[in-house]
Structures are given as structure tokens and as C-alpha cells.
Design a protein around this ligand. Structure first.
Ligand SMILES: Nc1ncnc2c1ncn2[C@@H]1O[C@H](COP(=O)(O)OP(=O)(O)OP(=O)(O)O)[C@@H](O)[C@H]1O
Ligand SMILES: [Mg+2]
Length: 360
């Protein structure tokens, strides 16, 4: 699957920009603030119907304008797909596929997937467990729609239970029948989601360690990812139920798979406290490349790889290892933003025939 071209109108700082792409490597270079990351974000929109950077679509409209539009043509399995996508302030996003108007954005998601590797990724190490869970939830959802449905159901029950707890705290009237109904579903779904997460990570770790080793080429660095969950405790169900009084005081459900977390380890130490900036960055590049690999193996689709400023903080060996990984055209289509147009950097790609350099 490849993106052939794109046209952005009033998208952030791009008033009207049309670009043609190589099916393999596209290097977007230029000084700070010129809009390199914004081009990657426009591609992210076409792929997922949302920004990788902003929560609100309105923030992607050029200041002072009323709408943005992004138009692109994908090639997949010998077919061509024209995807126009536009958004006007306070209106629903309009997105079409070869003239067919999607009824919901959900219909488009998953058709032209991407893997986004960005400098913010490594911040998930220091942020809360919800960010780390999201990293994995998105990956599991991409390869398993059932997982997404279970997760939506689970979150719905937790939301209902929490609002009941708040109501009980205010009124003092406790209807245990309703609580028991929610608990039965929460416990059942917890077990299912736990199994998905556990077995996904077992599988994923092999892809991840393989990528980390190729990227870092070091015998001294042994990376690992550990899944932390209360569901590992044989006594979970009993403890969850006996936690009701505490939940009443807290006014929320304090046990369950919504409390799961992931530990990112290097040589058995948490990378949050120990690893250097380059090691943290390497960890996430390997993680995202592994995401690409698992999607290819399970879905037989090569997601577009978006690499935003990934070379900063990497040593020469790791930079050349990344370049070697992506130089193999079997990786699929890659977009790289880089804040420099010095010839040495561009020369590192000089043996790649399918290189397209976009200077902005
Ligand atoms: N809604 C918007 N309207 C107009 N301009 C915007 C909007 N949102 C962001 N910008 C502009 O986009 C520019 C940043 O673009 P971007 O992050 O893509 O730059 P970059 O080329 O990746 O820079 P760097 O090399 O620093 O990463 C900023 O100058 C910012 O003011
Ligand atoms: Mg940038």
C-alpha cells in the first residue's frame, strides 16, 4: 500500500501544497517551523481521519480560515483510492473513498494504516499508565477488532459503575443488584481483555527484541517489556468484590484491567530511571518497527511508516542501522522529516534509487 500524492488546502501552515511521493523513501527536509511535521500529520489524517498531534480538528485549520481539506490517492492491491477529507469549524468531518461518502469515520479506519514514530513517543515513559496502555491498546485494536469491542463494552460498564458509586455516596441508598450486574460483566470482560493483552505481548516481544537488536547492534543492551496486571493474581475476583467499600469512599472503581500498566526495561532496569535519551529513543523506534512487522504478519498489509525527526540523539551506528532497515524496499513506504538540508545527511541515502527528497 502506498500514498501516491497529497494536496493540502488551509491545513495548518500549508495554504495550498501538492506533493508527489515515492513508493519507497520520502525525505522531507527544511528548517524549523516550515511545516515538515504538519505534512506527516496530513498523511496521518488521510490514514486515520485524525491528527496525530492535535485533539481538536479545528486546530488544524490555518489561522483565520474556515476549513481545511486534504486530498490523497492511495494504491493498494492494484487498485487506486481517491480519498478527499475536509473539515469546517463546528461541522462533521467529510471523508470519501472513490466518491463513496463514509457514514462514519470508523468505516475508513484500518484501510490505509500507518505507524507514526515521533519524538513524543518516548515521553510515554514518564507519563501515566493510561498513555502506555494506549500504546498497546491501539496496536491490539489494529490487529483484532474483537478486542476493540470488548474494550468499549468494558469501559461502558466501568463508567456506569462509577456513576452509581457517586450516586450512592450522595444518597446512601445502595442497590446491590445493579452493582452485582455490573461486577459480573466487568470481571468477565477483565479476564478476556487480560488474555488478549497477555498473549499479544508474548507475541509482540519477539518482534520487538528482534528490531531492537538490529537497530542497536549491542550485546550489552537487553530490552524487555513487562505486562503488569492485577488479573495475574489468582485472588483477583475475591479482592475486586471485597474492594466495594473502598470504591464507595473513592467514588470510582479502583481495581480492574483499566489499572494495567507496562514496564519498559533495559537490562532489567526501568528505562524511565536508567536509560539515556538515545536508548529511550531506540526503544520506541524498535517498538514502532515491531508494530509495523506484526501488522504485516497478521494483516498482510504494510502500513505507511511516518518518522518524525527520529535521528536526533542517535549515534552514527544507530542512524546507519535505521537507514539500512528502511533502505530495503520490502519495508514499504516511508516518510522521514528531518531538520537539516546538509548534504552529508542526504548522502547517507544516496544509494537508494527510489529516494524522493522534498525540500520545503
Ligand atoms: N492552525 C495553524 N495555522 C497556521 N499555522 C499553524 C497552525 N498550526 C501550526 N502552525 C504552524 O506550523 C508551524 C510548525 O510546523 P511543523 O511543526 O510542521 O514544523 P517543522 O518543519 O516540523 O519544524 P521542526 O523542524 O521544528 O520540527 C509553526 O510555525 C506553527 O505556527
Ligand atoms: Mg517537526
Amino acid at each position: 500500500m502506498i500514498l501516491k500524492n497529497i494536496n493540502c488546502v488551509q491545513f495548518k501552515n500549508h495554504l495550498n501544497r501538492s506533493l508527489e511521493f515515492s513508493p519507497h523513501i520520502n525525505l522531507i527536509i527544511g528548517n524549523n517551523g516550515l511545516g515538515k511535521t504538519n505534512i506527516l500529520d496530513a498523511i496521518h489524517y488521510l490514514s486515520t481521519t485524525k491528527s496525530a498531534l492535535n485533539n481538536k480538528d479545528a486546530d488544524s485549520i490555518t489561522h483565520g480560515k474556515e476549513y481545511f481539506s486534504i486530498d490523497g490517492v492511495f494504491h493498494k492491491d492494484d487498485n487506486q483510492y481517491h480519498i478527499p477529507c475536509s473539515y469546517s469549524e463546528n461541522k462533521k468531518m467529510v471523508i470519501k473513498n472513490n466518491g463513496y461518502l463514509y457514514k462514519s469515520k470508523k468505516e475508513h479506519i484500518g484501510k490505509f494504516p500507518n505507524v507514526f514514530i515521533c519524538p513524543d513517543d518516548k515521553d510515554s515513559i514518564k507519563w501515566g499508565s493510561n498513555i502506555r496502555r494506549k500504546v498497546f491498546d491501539i496496536m491490539i485494536c489494529q490487529i483484532n477488532k474483537e478486542y476493540l469491542n470488548n474494550l468499549i463494552e468494558y469501559n461502558k460498564f466501568i463508567k456506569h459503575r462509577n456513576s452509581l458509586l457517586r450516586k450512592y455516596a450522595e444518597t446512601g441508598n445502595i442497590d446491590k443488584t445493579l452493582v452485582n450486574f455490573y461486577d459480573k460483566n466487568i470481571i468477565e470482560l477483565s479476564k478476556i481483555i487480560f488474555e488478549y493483552r497477555f498473549s499479544f505481548l508474548q507475541d509482540f516481544k519477539l518482534y520487538f527484541i528482534n528490531r531492537y537488536n538490529i537497530l542497536c547492534d549491542s550485546d550489552n543492551e537487553i530490552p524487555s517489556i513487562q505486562y503488569l496486571s492485577q488479573l495475574k493474581d489468582q485472588e483477583f475476583e475475591r479482592k475486586y468484590k471485597s474492594n466495594f467499600e473502598k470504591d464507595l469512599i473513592l467514588k470510582y472503581t479502583s481495581m480492574g484491567i483499566h489499572k494495567d500498566d507496562y514496564n519498559f526495561l533495559l537490562n532489567d532496569y526501568n528505562i524511565k530511571n536508567e536509560a539515556s535519551q538515545g536508548q529511550k529513543k531506540s526503544f520506541f523506534i524498535a517498538l514502532r518497527l515491531a508494530q509495523r512487522d506484526i501488522m504485516f504478519d497478521k494483516l498482510n498489509i504494510k502500513p505507511i511508516i511516518l518518522m518524525d525527526d527520529i535521528f536526533e540523539k542517535l549515534d552514527d551506528l544507530r542512524i546507519s542501522n535505521v537507514i539500512n532497515i528502511i533502505a530495503d524496499s520490502s519495508i514499504g513506504q516511508v516518510f522521514i522529516s528531518h531538520t537539516s538540508d546538509n548534504d552529508d545527511f542526504i548522502n547517507s541515502f544516496k544509494n537508494i534509487e527510489t529516494l524522493n527528497v522534498i525540500k520545503i
